[in-house]
Ligand binder design. Structure first.
Ligand code: 2IT
Length: 450
């Protein structure tokens, strides 16, 4: 129950209207935890009814994607684009290809993206899209035909000043290339209305590394500010084997951390003496997996096909960075994490920690950073890619990385300043929600009831 009756009523309404949308309801509830605190100080926000409006996507597209597989059979998937909020800029956010994709997941991601993009300080609204298409086991030809079929519908709704998609889970440089190629063929325009493009056709240096590196730059600020320390000699566990996890592993390691546990969707490996990061980086780049291959080379490392064993190592661990996907850590995992001595948890994925676990971290003194702040480096560099495209130039890797570091520092500062202002200096989730919200709120108020 919230202190504000207004929020209780709104939450009941959302729960009733979207009862099957579990992920979306969690995202709204997590956001309302912070709005409750904000409304106590600023009850006048209620009358603007911005919160009533902000929880609805401005527009949702759902469409049929028929395509032909390698056996010459027709398959049909469902494609989506959720244009969540355009108050501060054109819709911006990734595309996800995964068999789990549904409207609830894309709405939660679009909602989170709205505040994340606001925190970057760049003029980008929030959007998200994707399809219930499982890319695992598909041939390159199938992936290309699927991307082209998808774009033949999507192109109606996107453009550099309208909506700019990018990659997400199951959607990397290859998929961006096929989609962008088809977009260009259909529109005859080379406008950069997609980010994460290849370097040869308008992509930005540093975009591949940006999310993972950004998570570490954010974590470094936390370590410095709260504990006057650094990654040096810290024992770190990072879940996931995709782009975010791999570059977070690489950066944390280069900053002196000891990486003691990693995972992929099939299992996890743990070695309290530190894992061979170079080896993990190379195998995961080729296969998208790491645990089984790693165990074959290093049989003394602990290996389990239960990915949850990563949270229950029984070894001392200092920092955890979940970088796989939503719903990785529940309350039970959170309690094991506390028992292992972890003092800081930084979300690299979007909502990998569920709401009871977030509340538990806050109560038990583990400093928690939400994905919408800590993983914003990816979309921030997407924003920089849009700037470079609009100016028809390209920056060096060093220029982009320097800007990324500045943006991550700035996001941390915004969240920390707000959390201090509300007398909960370790509550970065609240800081992120309020700081992200206030900019969108201001724009929505000025733009009128639209
Ligand atoms: O979750 C995310 O921030 C992304 N998938 C990146 C979005 C983007 O537009 O670069």
């Amino acid at each position: 129950m919230y202190k504000s009756e207004y929020l209780n009523c709104l939450l009941e309404k959302v729960k009733k209207q979207y009862q099957n949308e579990i992920e979306f309801i969690q995202a709204v509830e997590e956001f309302f935890d912070s709005m409750d605190i904000l409304l106590e100080k600023h009850p006048e926000i209620v009358d603007t009814q911005v919160i009533d409006r902000i929880i609805y996507p401005e527009r949702v597209f759902e469409f049929r994607i028929p395509w032909v597989n390698d056996q010459n059979k027709i398959e049909v998937n469902t494609g989506y684009r959720v244009q969540f909020n355009s108050a501060i800029g054109p819709y911006k956010g990734g595309m996800r290809f995964d068999k789990s994709v549904n409207l609830s997941i894309l709405k939660f991601l679009g909602f989170e993206q709205t505040f994340k993009n606001s925190l970057t300080g760049l003029p980008m609204g929030g959007g998200k899209g994707g399809a219930d298409f499982d890319p695992i086991g598909k041939s390159d030809g199938e992936i290309m035909r699927f991307c082209q079929a998808f774009m033949s519908e999507l192109y109606h709704f996107i453009g550099p000043d309208m909506d700019v998609p990018a990659g997400d889970l199951g959607f990397g440089a290859r998929e961006v290339g096929y989609m962008y190629g088809m977009l260009k063929k259909l529109t005859h325009l080379h406008q950069g209305s997609f980010t994460g493009k290849g370097i040869s056709f308008g992509g930005s240096l540093g975009r591949t590394e940006a999310t993972g590196y950004g998570v570490c730059y954010f974590a470094e600020e936390m370590l410095k500010t709260y504990l006057n320390t650094s990654f040096k000699d810290k024992k770190v566990i990072i879940s996931g084997c995709g782009k975010v996890a791999r570059y977070a592993i690489k950066k944390a390691w280069s900053l002196g951390a000891k990486i003691i546990g990693v995972s992929d969707r099939y299992g996890c490996i743990i070695d309290e003496n530190g894992l061979d990061v170079d080896y993990i980086f190379n195998i995961s780049a080729n296969t998208g997996c790491c645990s089984k291959e790693y165990h074959e080379k290093y049989p003394t490392a602990f290996y389990s096909t239960n990915v949850k064993d990563l949270w229950n190592t029984k070894h001392q661990v200092d920092i955890i960075m979940p970088c796989a996907t939503q719903g990785e850590i529940n309350l039970e995992d959170a309690k094991s994490i506390k028992e292992n001595g972890c003092f800081m948890l930084v979300e690299g994925a979007n909502m990998p920690v569920d709401l009871p676990a977030i509340r538990y971290f806050n109560e038990s003194g583990i400093i928690f950073a939400p994905g919408k702040a800590a993983n914003a480096g990816g979309v921030a560099v997407s924003g920089l890619e849009m700037s470079q495209n609009a100016m028809h130039l390209s920056w060096t890797f060093e220029e982009v990385d320097e800007k990324l570091q500045g943006i991550m520092k700035d996001i941390f500062k915004k969240c920390y300043e707000i959390s201090k202002e509300y007398n909960q200096p370790k509550n970065l989730a609240m800081g992120a929600n309020i700081a992200g919200f206030l900019k969108v709120f201001d724009a929505m108020k000025q733009e009128g009831v639209i």
